[in-house]
Design a protein around this ligand. Structure first.
Ligand code: GLU
Length: 475
């Protein structure tokens, strides 16, 4: 494979969500698997929509996911600068080339005049085409009015690595704006110049640009540029598989997922799976496997459904795959306040117990609070328990007393606790759903916990008995 030069070209108009990051990931994978370069370019010419801090946020998001770039606004590179607002002279130069070749002209119309043309076209049910209103003798362009491309309408056929062979008729071609009256180039013009100058080999981008592709092909010809390969990635759809993903469904800031304690491995795995698979049943991919196996040809054409449950499942998988030391190191910052009073070994043991069930780190406080503090005795846990609620309080009290007596003899190792709990089933003649639930509620004041013997072992004798005593009093 020839080394590819790909780019991620976000506009700093807000935070990066999964859709943006997926485009970046696909471009990064193509660069890395071919031994090429991945370029970050800031498309910051829309001054009105620019959001303060967006550039730093984009950079932080890429860093957090490990999508390293070889050239970019903060690190430079041979084809820099990498912010479009720092490249204005280049757009002017190429604009002049087009003017000299008779392929660009000053737009003499006021917005009101253009609106009138538009309405006239509507009245006769014709699509509005700017090129039907080209001025006969356009004024010399002074930079104060928009500069328009003088298109040469014709049919186009082109190949898209994802969407396949595409074509469009001449009606798709129009005279679009190259440079706006504020002196900044449009995306349509600037990206094409930059991709050429930066020697980009593959343009990987979202579907919103595909309708403009014939216009771009027309401009490539006018500039005598060879065009890069195109790859259009499908939309990401909400969980219902119908509408485009909205903020509520998960189109949130990707950094929010890290704030909630998702692992990089899982995020990469999940984002890659939004519209791509390797053609087998495999669902879990490491970063290296993604680099090895990704291909644009296997990106699907239809919208990719965003399913947050799948992300939770994947993250759970990646959490279980880490060894306890690694998991503990990564969980830093997610522990509840009360955990600070306990030493690392204790916290590590607690983490070991919940590793199996943990889906993301932000759940840690909820899953572990009873390990770090005595919760008030909660009788609802008994009233809400299908099995326990059938018993009189006095019966429960007597059962718990029998458990207390046996556990008093225990050395509190897991095997001994297990044996004693099992033996209690025999001596009391009760099922685990009753006896173990009762001991669990008494010692944790939580409806669920990891295995009872292991939970008691980590809690320790002193805490277990203090809580059993409190429960007995309440009963
Ligand atoms: N600046 C464009 C955007 O953020 C980039 C499109 C492209 O990748 O060419 O949507």
């Amino acid at each position: 494979m020839k080394p590819a030069r790909t780019r991620f070209a976000p506009s700093p108009t807000g935070y990066l969500h999964v859709g943006g990051i997926r485009t970046a990931l696909f471009a990064w994978l193509v660069a890395r698997q071919s031994g090429g370069q991945f370029v970050l370019r800031l498309e910051d010419t829309d001054r009105a929509r620019e959001v303060q801090g967006a550039e730093a946020h984009i950079i932080e998001s890429l860093r957090t996911l490990g999508l390293d770039y070889d050239e970019g606004p903060d690190i430079g590179g041979v084809y820099g600068p990498y912010r479009q607002t720092e490249r204005l002279a280049k757009y002017q130069e190429w604009a002049q080339v087009l003017i000299d070749a008779g392929r660009a002209y000053a737009d003499p119309y006021t917005p009101e005049e253009v609106q009138k043309f538009r309405e006239e076209a509507q009245a006769i049910q014709k699509p509005f085409l700017y090129r039907n209103h080209r001025p006969e003798n356009p004024p010399k362009w002074d930079g104060k009015t928009p500069l328009r491309f003088k298109s040469e309408p014709k049919d186009y056929r082109w190949h898209d690595a994802v969407m396949g062979d595409l074509h469009a008729g001449a009606e798709a071609i129009d005279d679009f704006v190259l440079i706006k009256s504020d002196g900044f180039p449009t995306y349509n013009f600037a990206h094409l110049i930059d991709d050429h100058e930066m020697q980009i080999s593959h343009i990987i981008r979202g579907q919103e640009f595909i309708a403009s592709q014939p216009n771009y092909l027309n401009l490539y010809e006018a500039l005598e540029f060879e065009h890069p390969a195109f790859a259009t990635v499908p939309h990401i759809l909400g969980p219902d598989g119908k509408k485009k993903l909205s903020k509520r469904d998960g189109a949130k800031d990707v950094l929010d997922y890290f704030r909630d304690g998702f692992l990089t491995e899982a995020m990469l795995n999940f984002i890659a799976s939004l519209g791509w698979n390797d053609g087998t049943e495999q669902e879990i991919f490491t970063r290296d496997e993604l680099i090895q196996k990704f291909s644009l040809e296997r990106v699907q054409r239809s919208g990719a459904r965003f399913d947050e449950n799948r992300l939770l499942w994947m993250n759970g998988h990646w959490i279980r795959s880490l060894n306890l030391d690694e998991l503990y190191a990564r969980s830093k910052g997610f522990w509840p306040k009360d955990a600070e009073k306990y030493d690392e070994d204790y916290r590590r043991a607690v983490l070991g117990l919940i590793q199996e069930r943990l889906k993301y780190f932000k759940e840690i406080p909820e899953l572990t609070d009873f390990f770090f503090k005595d919760l008030p005795v909660n009788m609802e846990l008994i009233d809400d328990n299908k099995q326990l609620k059938k018993f009189e309080r006095s019966e429960l009290k007597s059962l718990l007393k029998q458990a207390q007596a046996s556990l008093a003899q225990s050395d509190f190792t897991v095997p001994d606790l297990t044996d004693r709990l099992n033996a209690l089933l025999e001596t009391t003649g009760q099922k685990p759903g009753i006896l173990f639930s009762l001991v669990r509620v008494a010692t944790t004041q939580a409806p669920f916990s990891p295995s009872l013997a292991e939970t008691l072992n980590v809690l320790g004798r002193e805490t277990a008995f203090r809580r059993i005593e409190q429960a007995l009093n309440a009963l």
